[in-house]
Design a binder for this molecule. Structure first.
Ligand code: GRF
Length: 201
């Protein structure tokens, strides 16, 4: 399975997936390309150091659709079959979603549908929830809305700040994202409407 990863920044989830693929934990797969919408994304260098092709495709004053068209073309050119969003800070156009049906997944640092959008960990702290976590889900046209593949709960402690909660959630994000990509690579995921389940052998 050819995987493309889209990032905008640090790229720790991207790196976790790259390492899981390179160590064979995610079978029969390769990370074919890492694309960032920001030339300065730290993750680009980390990917390059691991021998992965990297591209910066910036918006350059274009519309979302024009920008996405270039990214779609780069992914199609490389026959990418699964696209992992990993801290990619842009909404995808409907053209992007329909170019890769059920082939785009994302990780979000809350238990969706709670706390969609930016700063989910701060939203959780400010709301006062006792439990938060992370979610891997398919991407559709609505923000943080697509069918849920996997979730992991993380306790919110009394003295947590947005930063300390984010750090604790992040440790679980990496494992959850790897597990989800592995299930997809093994063909073990079935989708019925909004419900994503495991294929029984
Ligand atoms: C993660 O918290 C992820 O859940 C969210 O953006 C952050 C990206 O972190 N979508 P990194 O770039 O993977 O380190």
């Amino acid at each position: 399975m050819k995987i493309g990863i889209l990032i905008s920044g640090r790229g720790s989830n991207m790196l976790a997936i790259v390492e899981a693929v390179q160590s064979g934990l995610i079978p029969a797969s390769e990370v074919t390309v890492v694309i960032s919408d920001k030339t300065s994304a730290e993750g680009l260098l980390k990917a390059k150091e691991r021998g992965i092709e990297t591209l910066a495709v910036t918006r350059k004053g274009r519309t979302c659709e024009e920008h996405d068209a270039e990214i779609i073309a780069e992914l199609k050119k490389r026959n990418v079959e699964l696209i992992c969003l990993a801290g990619y800070l842009r909404l995808l156009s409907k053209e992007f979603i329909s170019a890769f049906p059920n082939q785009i997944i994302n990780i979000h640092p809350s238990l969706l549908p709670a706390f969609k959008g930016l700063d989910a960990q701060r939203q959780a702290i400010e709301y006062g929830v006792k439990v938060s976590g992370c979610t891997v889900h398919f991407v559709d046209v609505a923000l943080d809305h697509g069918a849920i593949i996997a979730q992991k709960t993380v306790e919110v402690k009394d003295d947590d700040t947005a930063e300390s909660l984010a750090a604790r959630i992040l440790e679980h994000e990496h494992a959850l994202y790897i597990e989800s990509v592995k299930r997809i690579a093994e063909g073990k995921i079935k989708i019925v409407g909004r419900r994503v389940g495991l294929v029984k052998n």
